[in-house]
Design a protein around this ligand. Sequence first.
Ligand code: OMP
Length: 217
Amino acid sequence: SDNPLKPFQKEFIEFALAQGVLKFGEFKLKSGRTSPYFFNSGLFDSGLALAKLGHFYALAIEEAALDYDVILGPAYKGIPLVCATTIALASEFNKDVPYVFNRKEKKDHGEGGLWVGAPLKGKVLIVDDVITAGTAIAEVMDLLSSQPVEVAAVVVAMDRQEKATGELSAIQEVAKKFGIQVISVIGLDQLLGFIEQDDNLKEHLAQVQAYRAEYGV
Ligand code: OMP
């Protein structure tokens, strides 16, 4: 493959498997597709797991050398992700990056408003868990459309590298529609590379390849 598995990506897949985050079987996705694998980021469910997860997001962000002012974690799953990521950027890379998240419900008392955390301005980096057909990201872009911001990029743990509706990948759709870059800790390419090398997972290889042939890019 032209996307070899980097050491930190191999380590991340081993971590996701150990946490039960990455599973093989039969899963119905939000898009309606039936997938032979699933990535459930909600199972990074302890302090140590979140600390390790933040480390991998921070590495992916640093490697991409992005230009951004603030990181946004869309509610709900993006909230622990943005906290873990900004803590790792501070502790490992000495970068004190502001973060912000949204409320799902608008408050009508107290400080009010939809946003919590640092001011939402400048170049925003969005942190999310998984991209499949791009629906979740499109919702965030919609929330941001009325804000004085520019979206620098989207970073996800897992890019499933699937088609959206037409022939473009979910990521290409996002890039085309909103003009933004999507980076990931791992993509389906890296997962397939890992499965090929792993004796315990080899039994799933044919199904994952067949899934990619149908929905992948
Ligand atoms: P899209 O909105 O289609 O891009 O799908 C991404 C969302 O689907 C994620 O934010 C999850 O809510 C969910 N999802 C996973 O968490 N893991 C997967 O492996 C696949 C999905 C999915 O349903 O596509």
